[in-house]
Design a protein around this ligand. Structure first.
Ligand SMILES: Cc1ncc(C[n+]2csc(CCOP(=O)(O)OP(=O)(O)O)c2C)c(N)n1
Ligand SMILES: [Mg+2]
Length: 464
């Protein structure tokens, strides 16, 4: 059997202009005026809900704008052949193209850029250390990697303000580092140590910190975190503050029903959700070509009436700028943004998956677009913000930090069955702890005409 699928990515070699982020609704272009018999333009209605009284199809035409920050537009086709254990994928397209340059950020300073490079490096080296710990039999459960996605995780988290919230997924361990967790915390967690963030009661990256770091613990059920983050934004608004709630979903996870429901809710309520759709071309062993029919996942933003934007997920500057602008919108109370970050999952789903189904040529193509190597080169050779010597020092510093964290994590004790922490606090009761409003007393007032937020009657009902 030969399965041939449509092209994978965006339009070929179309040079994209730098376009400011604008809400899709605002970016709609009005349809060209249609002339009436007397030569005067015929009025047209563009609202999706408005009734159009004439029978002209073109009068109903609406155009949407999805800004695309990328500097290249790869075009591949994935073919599937064989069945069962002999099933394999092959790829066709221009795989010889040179990697694009890093796009200058509108916002990142020299210091921030160097810090970002360091986070990305720490993210990668920590995952190498975790892989080794797993092979030494020290990890309880599996290990998940964000290899090739470090720029996306770290740059997006760096764009958050102190009052904003992060809801990371399994591949966003870099985001957790940026938000203040240490590699030691993450390694202890994977080894289910007694002094790990969950005291050994859960493994992998299932932990957060709602008190100090504003991090919501990841949830395994794909898409569920989006509603939780929307709820956090709603809670903050009821306390008088518009915050951004950044979370992620994969190309596979974006097709879940709860993603639709949550994003629609956030859109209607104009909540500051920032959803990064990590289109890493695979959902387990299924290529993205076989998961959805839209050309770009950012297009789905149109259906929610919110802005959608495409970035190269291997370019930290593009990711930072798009996330920063989305957070700014969130702070202004203008509602959610969907950012599609295109990149490639450079390892299997988790450590147990050798990802032999991925065509080797495709891996080589994306290896050439390594976010860390390109960002280092950008800082040293393009911007002149880092000397090669400083870069060596930075790498040595990261390695030193990691080694100390790794040793401390290994030396940490396993949970003690006799201590109360091991079996307490799994279920919460009213005596356990009190969750106080973080930003101010909860208030619900009638919505002013045209402003964001729930209607008066709804607010009253919600607060009962
Ligand atoms: C609702 C739900 N369905 C199925 C799964 C099982 N599952 C875990 S990861 C995964 C694939 C996810 O692919 P994608 O969303 O593209 O994320 P990636 O792993 O590529 O980052 C699946 C199907 C799940 N965790 N939750
Ligand atoms: Mg995926």
């Amino acid at each position: 059997m030969a399965y041939k699928k449509r092209s994978n990515s965006s339009t070929p070699q179309k040079k994209s202009a730098r376009v400011p982020l604008a809400p899709a609704s605002k970016a709609r272009k009005a349809p060209p005026p249609i002339e009436q018999a007397d030569g005067s333009p015929k009025p047209t209605k563009t609202s999706p809900t408005s009734r159009v009284d004439d029978d002209s199809a073109s009068s109903m035409l609406r155009c949407y704008n999805i800004p695309d920050y990328r500097l290249e537009h790869p075009e591949f086709r994935i073919f599937m052949s064989g069945e069962g254990s002999s099933l394999e994928y092959s790829v066709e397209g221009d795989l010889s193209a040179a990697a694009p340059p890093i796009r200058d950020s509108k916002y990142l300073s020299r210091e921030q850029s160097i810090a970002l490079c360091r986070w990305m490096l720490l993210n990668r080296r920590m995952e190498v250390a975790l892989e080794n710990l797993y092979k030494q039999g020290k990890v309880v459960g599996g290990v998940y990697f964000g290899l090739g996605q470090e720029g996306c995780s770290c740059a997006s988290a760096l764009a958050l303000g102190p009052d904003d919230w992060l809801g990371p997924m399994i591949r966003n361990q870099g985001a957790m580092l940026v938000r203040g967790f240490s590699a030691r915390d993450i390694m202890r967690q994977y080894m289910a140590k007694g002094d790990s963030p969950t005291w050994g009661r859960d493994a992998s990256s299932h932990f957060g910190d709602w008190q100090r770091r504003n991090v919501c613990a990841p949830i395994s059920m794909l898409g569920e975190l989006i509603g939780v983050m929307a709820g956090i934004c709603l809670g903050a608004r009821l306390q008088g503050k518009n915050v951004a709630g950044l979370t992620y979903v994969g190309d596979g996870g974006q097709s879940t029903g709860v993603t639709y429901e949550s994003l629609n809710f956030a859109a209607v309520q104009k909540l500051g959700l920032v959803l990064v759709v990590e289109n890493n071309l695979w959902g387990y062993s299924t290529p993205s070509d076989m998961q959805f029919c839209v050309k770009d996942l950012a297009e789905r933003a149109i259906a929610y009436g919110i802005p959608g934007v495409i970035v190269d997920g291997t370019d930290p500057c593009q990711v930072y700028d798009a996330t920063y602008e989305a957070c700014e919108r969130a702070h202004r109370g203008e509602g959610p943004t969907l950012i599609e970050a295109k990149m490639m999952r450079m390892k299997g789903h988790a450590i147990h998956d050798a990802a032999q189904y991925v065509p080797a040529k495709l891996v080589d193509y994306w290896r050439n677009r390594d976010p860390i190597a390109r960002f280092e080169n950008y800082l040293i050779n393009v911007k002149g913000w880092l000397t090669a010597e400083d870069n060596h020092k930075l790498i040595a510093d990261v390695e030193r930090e990691l080694e100390a964290d790794r040793e401390a994590a290994i030396a940490s004790p396993m949970p003690d069955p006799e201590t109360d922490k091991t079996h307490q606090g799994v279920y919460c009761d009213p005596s356990c702890h009190e969750i106080k409003p973080k930003y101010g007393p909860v208030v619900a007032k009638p919505r002013e005409q045209g402003s964001a937020g729930p209607k008066a009657v709804e607010a009253a009902a919600h607060l009962k």
